[in-house]
Design a protein. Structure first.
Length: 277
């Protein structure tokens, strides 16, 4: 009877103890390209991965404080598992996901180490004593370079850099095509020949969270720091055959991006933004 009374008192105390939310999560804006996956979400515009973990209350704990601490610890363990699962769902290119690359023990170990350094952006306490924590980590140069170990080999292919750089970046309008964001999308001409891809982007360009940024409208793309003040704007024709990540552009636009007499250094620097739904 005593143990039952103790559990009842503890549950009541937990129900009354609702001091909540140490941090504001900061929901993604409507303009952000957010991909919702089974265990979390990827914000491709702001280059973050977010996941939530849950911890149940322990009625066997000696005090409310101990019960809450145990619930928070359990929530963080769950959040770590979920954020790693979310990273695994990131598409690297049309053929491989981060999960495929993490079959490599070295890559998996590095990513697990990064994930453990997640930031808690929101903590939620509930009347039953359970706790949710929302955690976040950046898609930064460290994570990106680790993932690119498995998809890029050999030296970067050099592009023409003749004359002044009159074009600062590239905007590809791919609205209504159902593009799935990825870290290394390919841009091909109407014949399927590659115009832009990981092979032409240097390490500095890749470190921006992949070789392209993603936004929801052309206006947001034009104000992006990634592509500078004088970008070229072209329209995508379709998705490349058999993919949801790669984009077909017209042969005329492809010729502009291959012009040997132009300065195409903006491509080597990964200054590309794709407008998607």
């Amino acid at each position: 009877m005593k143990s039952i009374r103790t559990a009842t008192v503890l549950a009541a105390a937990l129900a009354l103890s609702l001091a909540s939310v140490a941090y504001a999560q900061g929901d993604p804006s409507d303009d952000s390209v957010v991909q919702k996956l089974a265990h979390g979400q990827v914000d491709w515009s702001n280059k973050t991965v977010t996941a939530t973990g849950s911890g149940a209350a322990s009625l066997k704990a000696k005090s409310v404080a101990v019960a809450r601490l145990k619930a928070e610890r359990a929530a963080k363990i769950d959040a770590l598992r979920n954020i790693v699962e979310t990273i695994q769902g990131i598409q690297i290119n049309s053929k491989r996901s981060a999960g495929d690359l993490m079959s490599n023990g070295e890559i998996k170990s590095k990513i697990m180490g990064m994930a453990r350094n997640f930031k808690v952006v929101d903590t939620r306490y509930y009347s039953d004593g359970s706790v949710d924590v929302v955690v976040q980590m950046p898609i930064d140069d460290q994570l990106t370079s680790t993932l690119f170990q498995g998809v890029k080999s050999g030296k970067t292919r050099k592009l023409p850099a003749a004359g002044d750089a009159t074009v600062s970046g590239l905007i590809i309008n791919a609205k209504s095509l159902g593009v799935v964001p990825s870290m290394a999308p390919r841009v091909v001409d109407e014949g399927g020949k590659e115009v832009y891809g990981a092979a032409v982007v240097g390490n500095k360009g890749i470190a921006q969270g992949g070789i392209a940024g993603y936004v929801k409208d052309v206006g947001a793309a034009q104000s992006s720091e990634r592509i500078g003040k004088s970008p070229m704007v072209i329209k995508a024709l379709s998705l490349a055959k058999g993919t949801k990540t790669d984009i077909v552009v017209s042969n005329a636009d492809a010729d502009k991006l291959r012009d040997p007499n132009s300065n195409l250094s903006f491509l080597s620097e990964g200054k590309v933004v794709i407008v998607v739904d």
